[in-house]
Ligand binder design. Structure first.
Ligand code: HEC
Length: 189
């Protein structure tokens, strides 16, 4: 009985410590990584204003990943964008954990949670290694619809460019407020 109580107490303490760890890790991760989101959005908006939607494709293809890459180098963490309906499947296909969270994000949004507030943090074990994982939903705003909205409403020149660069594009047909994908971070602990 004593042994059981001790085990239970230890388990509770471990859970409490982990909860504390998770909130500190989440805060630190968000502070370091989230500023990249408005940077990417601004870069895209400027590109659309300067070059039109079709001309902005190159920016989305090169500049957005470059900004994210810069963050990876600054922090040493794995950072990328993922989606259940990818445009660039080579870069953005989610792993199993990410796919589960993305499905859950959609359920949470459908249950009334504000998409811009949806995020998930967890400490997981991958191949014996402890890893902190963080994911933040990227909701569809008006500007996103120009390139991710329903196919029939997209600019004709843009469609040509998209089919050239992304023959397997699944990332159209979205409406405002839906979750387009997520920013995802992996940190070895
Ligand atoms: C000018 C067109 C354009 C606009 C506007 C645009 N995107 Fe994209 N988006 C793209 C292209 C092109 C890619 C593929 C980038 C690559 O090759 O990695 C992409 C990829 C993504 C990805 C990575 C996952 C995937 O499917 O490959 C996410 C997430 C994303 N966009 C979200 C958004 C959001 C959110 C907005 C609005 C704030 C937005 N996009 C606006 C063109 C656009």
């Amino acid at each position: 009985m004593k042994k059981l109580l001790l085990t239970l107490t230890l388990a509770l303490i471990t859970t409490a410590v982990q909860a504390q760890d998770i909130s500190a890790l989440t805060a630190e991760t968000k502070k370091a990584v989230l500023p990249v989101i408005p940077k990417v959005v601004t870069a895209m908006q400027e590109a659309v204003a300067e070059k039109g939607v079709a001309g902005a494709i190159a920016v989305c293809k090169e500049e957005a990943p470059a900004l994210i890459n810069q963050k990876r180098q600054e922090t040493g963490w794995e950072i990328r964008r993922v989606s259940l309906k990818t445009r660039n499947g080579e870069r953005a296909t989610p792993d199993l954990w990410e796919a589960r969270q993305l499905a859950d994000f959609n359920i949470r949004a459908a249950s009334g949670e504000k998409p811009e507030n949806i995020e998930k943090s967890e400490i997981v074990t991958i191949a014996g290694q402890t890893v902190f994982r963080y994911m933040k939903a990227l909701p569809v705003a008006d500007t996103c619809l120009k390139c991710h909205g329903p196919s029939e409403g997209l600019d004709a020149a843009l469609k040509v460019k998209l089919s050239e660069s992304y023959p397997h594009d699944q990332a159209t047909g979205y409406s405002k407020g839906q979750i387009r994908g997520a920013l995802t971070v992996k940190r070895s602990l």
